[in-house]
Write a protein that binds this ligand. Structure first.
Ligand code: ACO
Length: 329
């Protein structure tokens, strides 16, 4: 039996037009540009227009990723959307994306792992492709996260933004030529005992309301640094690679200090880290594919580069993935 693998053949992103900088937020809550930049690295965030839904962001990002992959919608047979802020409780945002794109075969569904959502969605799609159940998958991280913020809570409302990123995975056989390309491995973890350090105080079953984000920032910070460090090591060890083999670290964009700390732990020069938190803030499930798209669009990340993804979020849920971009030419 031939062994299959997923190749990452396209990436795209979309950001809502409206930009809100820290000074504008300081008119709303007792904060300052200085405090936000110093503690997080965030300078601004994009915020979706009232009529703009998570699916709209996802569709835009998906269209760009498909164009980059030079694949038609007819070839897509799986859509996985990672989101914490779906348009509706049901049906899934993914089915809305499926209809809007004109994809009419295969499966479409959402995944919920908050800020780790993209790495989870990538893993699920990769497994569908590896088993031969799907051939070409759209994996999307999309959020209108600012809709679930408490705009009177300065400790959380300054941290997040809206956006979407998408990648196209294409299945193929592992051959001598392709063996170093594609998704080499992904590694997922969760620890439900840490649920209460980052959660939303509402939901269809618990309160019948959407709820707002609640967070113990210091606790989350501590877990993020420890768990991301562990999962990075796990991914490298599994592939018998060392940090010096990595061309790019594309981390979850939650806090500049967490990102810097990961680079230090890996002894990776900061020039090898894609960081766009200053412009996007934390876009939860969208943050990793958005950052990947930034790095690919500005020409830093190119075909054949070895990229390490990592992310952590509510649950706690976290993970990492090692991917060699593109396909051999
Ligand atoms: N502006 C001004 N002051 C503020 C703000 C604000 N926006 N928010 C909190 N403060 C105040 C607090 O009230 C506190 O004041 P006090 O000392 O008078 O009580 C002081 O600043 C320090 O607050 P801390 O919460 O201790 O600040 P800390 O240094 O921990 O930084 C932060 C807070 C940035 C949230 C940090 O803990 C962090 O980044 N944690 C990681 C959380 C994270 O990234 N969450 C995103 C979602 S999860 C994920 O994606 C990984």
């Amino acid at each position: 039996m031939n062994i299959r693998r997923s190749f990452l053949v396209g990436c795209g992103a979309y950001l809502p037009q409206r930009i809100v900088d820290n000074d504008e937020l300081a008119e709303l809550v007792d904060t300052s540009n200085d405090w936000i930049v110093k503690r997080t690295g965030i300078m601004q965030r994009h915020i979706a227009a009232e009529e703009e839904l998570t699916s709209d962001l996802a569709i835009n990002a998906a269209q760009k990723a498909l164009a980059k992959a030079s694949l038609s919608v007819d070839e897509i047979d799986l859509i996985v959307v990672a989101t914490t802020t779906p348009d509706d409780t049901f049906p899934s945002t993914a089915t809305k994306v499926q209809a809007a794109l004109g994809v009419n075969k295969g499966a479409a569904f959402d995944i919920q792992a908050v800020c780790a959502g993209f790495v989870y969605a990538l893993t699920v799609a990769d497994n569908f492709i590896k088993t031969g159940q799907s051939n070409n998958a759209l994996v999307i991280g999309a959020e209108t996260f600012t809709r679930i913020l408490d705009w009177s809570d300065r400790s959380t409302c300054v941290l997040f933004g809206d956006g979407a990123g998408a990648v196209v995975l294409s299945g193929g056989e592992i051959t001598e030529k392709t063996k170093n390309y594609g998704i080499l491995s992904t590694h997922l973890h969760s620890d439900g005992r840490q649920r209460d350090i980052l959660y939303v105080d509402g939901g269809p079953s618990s309160t019948g309301t959407v709820g707002n984000v609640r967070m113990s920032g210091k606790e989350v910070y501590k877990h993020a640094v420890a768990k991301l460090g562990e999962v990075i090591e796990e991914a490298l060890n599994y592939n018998k690679l060392s940090a010096s083999d990595i061309d790019w670290l594309v981390p979850h964009q939650a806090n500049r200090r967490i990102i810097d700390s990961m680079a230090r732990k890996m002894h990776l020069p900061i020039e090898k880290v894609i960081c766009c938190i200053e412009k996007h803030a934390n876009t939860s499930a969208a943050s990793v594919p958005l950052a990947l798209s930034v790095g690919m669009d500005d020409g830093r990340i190119s075909n054949g580069d070895l990229v390490l993804f990592e992310a952590i979020g509510g649950g706690l849920a976290w993970g990492a993935g090692l991917v060699r971009i593109g396909e051999p030419v």
